[in-house]
Design a protein around this ligand. Structure first.
Ligand SMILES: [Fe+2]
Length: 473
C-alpha cells in the first residue's frame, strides 16, 4: 500500500486533546537532581469544532505543564478559558477568526460584516509563554494576552493594551532587559503604525512609525541601543483586514520587489535612526542582535520567501510528497554610519525553526555562541521537523539529536547552576513518537546533544510552538 499521509499527521495536527492530570510518569534514564521546576508549553489543543481547522497556526489553546522535582515528573494540561473557547463549547462551532480559519458564515452574516466591520478575533493566546514581572501569560498575536496561574494553569484574566486603540496584532515574542518588557504592535487603521510599547508598569508607547502597507511580523529584534523591525514584503492593505472576507493571513500578499526593510529605531528617543533595504526574504524569528562599534549585527532564521506559511496548511502537512522549505540562521551586519548593509552571511547550513538561545544570559551579547532549534534531517526530508539541532555560531558547525520516527518540538535550554560554559545545561523538548503514537518529554545534555532521560506520556500532544521553564525558587 502506498503511504499518502504522514504517520504524525493525525496525532500531531488533527486530534482534539483532553485536560489531564498525571502523576509519577514513567522515566527512562536519570534526571539530574539540580533540575527542579516546571516546563510550561503552549499550542493548539482543539483543532476540530464544527469543521477542522486549516493550518498549524490555528486552534484553541492548551497549556501543558511538566513538573520536575526530585527526579520525578508529573503532568497537567488545561485549555485556556477564553471567549473563543467558551463560544466553541457553547455553540459547537468555530465562532472566532483564527490565523487561517474563519467561522462558517452565511451570506447574511457576510453582509453584516460590511456594515459592522468588527470581526471577532480569537483571544485564544496559543503561541508562547511569557513571564511579565511576577505574572505568567499565555501570549498570542491578537492584542490581548491571557494571564494564568502557573500552579493550576487556570486562566485568570486578560491583559489589554489600553492605549492602543483600533485593531492590530502584537508579537508573541516580547523582549526584556533588567528593567522592562517590550513588544511590537502592528496597528491597523486609517493610518497604520508599527509601535513599540513597554509593558511592565502599565503600557507606555515608546515608538510609533507610520506605514502604508504593514507586514506580517512574528517577532522583532532588540540590541542595547536599538529596536529592529525586519519588515518582510508580506504585506496587507489594512482595509482588507477590516472588511474581512478571508482568514487573517490570506489578506497578506508577497511583494518581492519591495525587498525587506530593516527599520532601526533608537531605544532612547523612539525615533527611526535609519532604514536599510536588503533583498526580499522572510523570517518568523529574530534570534539575537548586538552592536560592535558602529555596526549592528542581527541574527534571524531566514527563508527565501514566505511560502513556508503555505506549507503549514494541514492539507500539505499531511502529504508524504511535500518538503518544508529549510529555514537557515543568517547574520546581517549593518554599517550604521553609512546606513547600509555591510555583510549578509549564512551562519549554518542546518535547517532550523523555533530557534532558542540562553536569552537570560546571552541575548544582546556579541560573544554568544549557541542556538538550539528544530530541524529536518536531510535523509528524511519529506517530513515535519524530525530532529533537534544545535548550531555553533562561531564555527558554523552543528550537531543533532535524531531518532527516526520521532518529531521534537522547541528545545528549551536550562543552564546548569554550576555551569562552566554557555552550553552547559539541559534541553527540554516535547517529542511525538510517530510509531508508538504518544509523546514524551526529552531531556538532552545540551553540551553533547546526548539523551539524559525521557519521560513517557500515555497520550500524544499536538505540535505546539513555544514554552518557558519556571525554576523552583
Ligand atoms: Fe514564534
Amino acid at each position: 500500500m502506498i503511504k499518502t499521509e504522514n504517520r504524525y499527521f493525525q496525532p500531531g495536527f488533527r486530534q482534539n486533546m483532553e485536560e489531564k492530570e498525571l502523576k509519577n510518569l514513567v522515566i527512562e534514564g536519570e534526571i539530574p537532581d539540580w533540575l527542579e521546576g516546571d516546563l510550561i508549553r503552549n499550542g493548539p489543543g482543539i483543532v476540530n469544532v464544527d469543521k477542522p481547522m486549516q493550518h498549524w497556526f490555528d486552534g484553541l489553546a492548551m497549556l501543558h505543564k511538566f513538573s520536575i522535582s526530585k527526579g520525578e515528573v508529573s503532568y497537567r494540561s488545561r485549555f485556556i478559558n477564553c471567549e473563543a473557547y467558551q463560544a466553541a463549547q457553547e455553540s459547537g462551532k468555530i465562532s472566532y477568526s483564527d490565523f487561517a480559519t474563519d467561522p462558517c458564515r452565511s451570506i447574511f452574516q457576510k453582509l453584516q460584516t460590511v456594515f459592522d466591520p468588527k470581526p471577532k478575533i480569537t483571544d485564544s493566546a496559543k503561541v508562547n509563554i511569557g513571564k511579565i514581572g511576577d505574572k505568567a501569560f499565555a501570549l498570542g498575536e491578537p492584542l490581548m494576552q491571557i494571564q494564568f496561574d502557573p500552579e493550576t494553569l487556570e486562566s485568570l484574566g486578560v491583559f489589554h493594551y489600553e492605549k492602543a486603540p483600533g485593531s492590530g496584532i502584537n508579537t508573541a515574542h516580547p523582549h526584556q532587559d533588567p528593567h522592562e518588557v517590550y513588544n511590537l504592535v502592528v496597528q491597523f487603521g486609517a493610518i497604520n503604525h508599527y509601535k513599540i510599547y513597554s509593558m511592565l508598569e502599565g503600557v507606555k508607547e515608546l515608538a510609533s512609525i507610520p506605514v502604508l502597507e504593514p507586514a506580517y511580523l512574528h517577532s522583532f529584534g532588540m540590541s542595547e541601543r536599538y529596536f529592529i523591525i525586519a519588515e518582510f514584503p508580506l504585506v496587507v492593505q489594512s482595509l482588507k483586514l477590516l472588511f474581512r472576507f478571508r482568514p487573517f493571513i490570506e489578506n497578506f500578499k508577497w511583494k518581492k520587489n519591495r525587498g525587506t526593510r530593516f527599520l532601526i529605531i533608537d531605544r532612547e528617543t523612539g525615533k527611526l535612526k535609519t532604514t536599510i533595504k536588503t533583498e526580499a526574504f522572510f523570517s518568523f524569528h529574530h534570534v539575537n542582535a548586538f552592536e560592535v562599534d558602529n555596526q549592528l549585527v542581527v541574527d534571524l532564521a531566514a527563508y527565501k520567501d514566505a511560502s513556508i506559511i503555505d506549507h503549514y496548511y494541514h492539507n500539505r502537512l499531511s502529504s508524504t510528497e511535500e518538503q518544508l522549505p529549510f529555514g537557515r540562521m543568517e547574520r546581517f551586519i549593518f554599517d550604521l554610519d553609512k546606513s547600509k548593509l555591510k555583510e549578509r552571511k549564512v551562519l549554518s547550513e542546518a535547517c532550523i525553526e523555533l530557534p532558542h538561545i540562553d536569552y537570560q544570559s546571552y541575548h544582546g551579547n556579541k560573544d554568544y555562541r549557541y542556538i538550539y532549534g528544530c530541524g529536518i534531517n536531510p535523509e528524511n526530508r519529506n517530513e515535519f521537523y524530525n530532529q533537534l539541532v544545535k548550531i555553533d555560531v562561531h564555527t558554523g558547525q552543528h550537531s543533532t539529536w535524531y531518532q527516526e520516527g520521532t518529531y521534537p518540538g522547541e528545545a528549551v535550554f536550562i543552564p546548569n547552576p554550576d555551569r562552566k560554559s554557555e552550553d552547559d545545561g539541559l534541553l527540554l523538548s516535547v517529542v511525538l513518537d510517530g510509531k508508538q503514537g504518544n509523546s514524551f518529554l526529552l531531556i538532552l545534555d545540551s553540551k553533547t546533544m546526548q539523551e539524559q532521560a525521557r519521560v513517557h506520556l500515555p497520550h500524544s500532544i499536538l505540535f505546539g510552538y513555544h514554552g518557558a521553564f519556571f525554576e523552583k525558587n
